[in-house]
Write a protein that binds this ligand. Structure first.
Ligand code: AMP
Ligand code: ZN
Length: 133
């Protein structure tokens, strides 16, 4: 898609630091990493977000995230990794081309991928269950 930064990375028009590629996706270093080794998994086809993805492609990309997370642990010495995938501006998505963040985590790195926990009462939780089930 024209003017999509990730489509332009896929086509080679914009350079990237690729660490992996296959028929479905590329994995490249995030230009502003949250921690050393932060990698993005990006499908070759333009899909805005998870709602536009099909099962086969989503599955392939999740297995690639698994592969990259494993490499971060084995080759970078990460102690764990976070998978983050934002959908919509409200959720922090800044580039409207689906991508999965694979963020290496190191003991004591002080990074946070978090929300502030709340304590709704059981009735409120039940209302949400009714809406979602
Ligand atoms: P999100 O906020 O989930 O849409 O994430 C977009 C990510 O893309 C951010 O972490 C950016 O740092 C990253 N990013 C933006 N432009 C580039 C680029 N040219 N190459 C690599 N990563 C990029
Ligand atoms: Zn795109």
């Amino acid at each position: 898609m024209e003017n999509c930064i990730f489509c332009r990375i896929i086509s080679g028009e914009i350079p990237s630091l690729k660490v992996y590629e296959d028929a479905y996706c590329i994995a490249a270093l995030d230009i502003n990493p949250g921690s050393p080794g932060h990698t993005l998994i990006i499908p070759r086809v333009h899909r805005k977000d998870l709602l536009e993805m099909d099962e086969a492609l989503a599955g392939k990309l999740m297995m690639t995230a698994r592969e990259i997370g494993g490499r971060e642990m084995e080759r970078l010495g990460a102690d764990g990794f976070n998978i983050v995938q934002n959908n919509g501006i409200a959720a922090g998505q800044t580039i409207p081309h689906f991508h999965i963040h694979v963020i290496p985590r190191y003991h004591g790195d002080g990074k946070i991928v978090a929300w502030e926990p709340t304590s709704p009462d059981i009735e409120t939780l039940r209302e949400f269950r009714e809406k979602l089930c």
